[in-house]
Design a protein around this ligand. Structure first.
Ligand SMILES: Nc1ncnc2c1ncn2[C@@H]1O[C@H](COP(=O)(O)OP(=O)(O)O)[C@@H](O)[C@H]1O
Ligand SMILES: Cc1cn([C@H]2C[C@H](O)[C@@H](COP(=O)(O)O)O2)c(=O)[nH]c1=O
Length: 178
């Protein structure tokens, strides 16, 4: 029987990692994966709520994935070339067809409000898609965007509130010079 796919998407600070960790029993039948590219969180899935769990840093689909009942993938927007070998969406589809249940979290859009293709494609094959919002750093209202505080020239760049803020429609802006 095909496994089911749940996708948690939204801007930074929206609670995606927290919801991801709450979506499975964190026992020996569950494998957590994080992108090797994100050295910030190390070998763990970490939520700012304080929830945290060990994860295997990956730059390709793990050979033993089929041995687990449930896979959790955080920061899926990072699982793209040159930081990931292959196509993570195809890898997920294959694992689903082998009966593995999968939950994924990632940014739906970048700091310029452009869609992350991997997340758009995952939405297309999700059995359950959960769209989350943060609170706007400027006014506290629901925020569906992430703003970058300064221009660095990188679309993919690990960072926290030193570099990024959640913003509502009214307060989002591109970094100067972008
Ligand atoms: N601007 C913000 N909006 C909402 N929550 C925030 C904000 N800044 C910090 N937080 C905290 O971060 C938590 C969500 O963290 P986390 O699970 O790491 O989110 P995500 O994985 O989406 O970045 C919230 O429950 C709240 O405690
Ligand atoms: C907006 C944006 C973010 N990133 C990076 C910054 C963080 O390391 C992660 C998101 O982490 P979170 O768990 O959702 O808080 O992604 C990026 O590389 N590019 C961007 O445009």
């Amino acid at each position: 029987m095909r496994g089911t796919l749940t996708v948690f998407a939204g801007p930074m600070f929206a609670g995606k990692s927290a919801r991801l960790l709450q979506s499975a029993s964190l026992d020996a039948a569950t494998l957590c994966l994080s992108p090797a590219f994100d050295t910030r969180s190390g070998a763990s899935i970490h939520s700012r709520t304080g929830l945290t769990h060990p994860a295997r840093p990956v730059s390709a689909w793990p050979d033993d994935a089929g041995a687990y009942r449930h896979l959790l993938l955080d920061e899926a927007h990072f699982m793209v070339a040159p930081h990931y070998r292959g196509d993570v969406v195809d890898d997920i589809r294959n694992a689903l067809s082998q009966g593995v249940t999968i939950s994924v979290a990632g940014l739906d859009t970048d700091y310029l409000r452009e869609a992350f293709d991997v997340m758009t494609r995952l939405r297309g094959c999700a059995d359950r898609f959960v769209s989350l919002k943060a609170r706007c750093h400027c006014c506290g209202s629901p925020a569906r965007w992430t703003a970058k505080k300064r221009r660095t020239g990188h679309k993919l760049e690990a960072g926290d509130d030193d570099l990024y803020e959640a913003r509502c429609d009214a307060h989002w802006s591109a970094p100067e010079g972008a």
